[in-house]
Design a protein around this ligand. Structure first.
Ligand code: NAP
Length: 249
């Protein structure tokens, strides 16, 4: 487990799935954790006693600014808040597109922006980790708003890393594959589609929130001190090779 002793870390989307696993592992690694979600994280069990629980809608610019500027110090930020918004280009509801962009992309940007401001004021060489997706790195049918938002997070991560690198602030992302969390509950009963989807991951299984959280905690820690601007796939090999076996025999 990576050492995060006494580092103050803000985690959004902390009440569920990957965010909740990050809270648990950060607490276990000695961090002072601020758990934030649009639903009060205090009402969720199994977070391992974060230092502080906050209600925060990351798409609300005023709220993000107020909450982060009210903090004294931040060493790390994890942007795990996110929503899905299924639909192909032809089916997509435009309001849904906007909602997905507001939460996934603008929300991540706002938290990075105000966290950077605080880190720069305090001369903190902090670390940020964003949640992209294997689908943000590859594309795919029927999920255009989500995939585009996650692809943009990959680029946001590179640009923020470029803007903040000289101050010693690192910005990275992870790109998870199929992770079993409440967000992917609908796949549990998707029969052959689920089997096919799992088979597209080289390790032939879905991942667990704790496996993504471990990669995030590494990127937050000083063990990753020379890594910035990277999006680390945590996807069982999905982005490495996800085409079916071809036998040209
Ligand atoms: P999850 O279990 O649904 O957790 C996401 C959390 O974010 C929920 O508590 C959700 O609250 C919260 N949230 C939604 N909108 C918010 C807002 N406006 N402000 C603050 N919090 C908000 O999903 P997850 O699977 O852990 O996903 C975490 C992140 O990983 C997401 O960004 C997701 O896109 C990304 N990811 C997940 C997978 C996967 O396979 N699970 C793969 C690739 C990437 P509600 O439950 O009330 O909406």
């Amino acid at each position: 487990m990576n050492d995060l002793t006494d580092k103050t870390i803000l985690v959004t989307g902390a009440a569920s799935g990957i965010g909740a696993a990050v809270v648990r592992q950060c607490v276990q690694s000695g961090a002072i954790v601020i758990a934030a979600d649009k639903d009060d994280p205090a009402e969720h069990t199994g977070l391992g006693m974060p230092h502080q629980n906050l209600i925060l809608d990351v798409s609300d610019s005023g709220a993000v600014r107020r909450v982060i500027s009210g903090l004294k110090h931040l060493d790390g930020v994890v942007n795990a808040a996110g929503i899905v918004g299924q639909g192909s280009l032809q089916q997509l509801d435009e309001d849904k597109w906007q909602q997905v962009m507001d939460v996934n992309l603008t929300g991540t940007m706002l938290v990075c922006k105000y966290a950077a401001q605080l880190m720069l004021e305090n001369h903190t060489k902090g670390a940020m980790v964003n949640l992209s997706s294997a689908y943000g790195l590859t594309g795919g049918p029927g999920n255009i708003a989500y995939n585009v938002s996650k692809s943009a997070i990959w680029q946001l991560t590179q640009c923020a890393a470029a803007d903040l690198g000289a101050a010693g602030i690192r910005v990275n992302a992870v790109g998870p594959g199929y992770i079993e969390t409440p967000m992917t509950d609908m796949l549990k009963n998707a029969g052959p589609f689920r089997d096919q989807f799992v088979a597209m991951h080289l390790l032939k299984r879905s991942g667990e929130a704790e496996e993504v959280a471990a990669a995030i905690c590494f990127l937050l820690s000083d063990d990753a001190s020379y890594i910035t601007g990277a999006t680390l796939p945590v996807d069982g090999g999905f982005t490495a090779a996800h085409v079916p076996m071809v036998n040209l025999g």
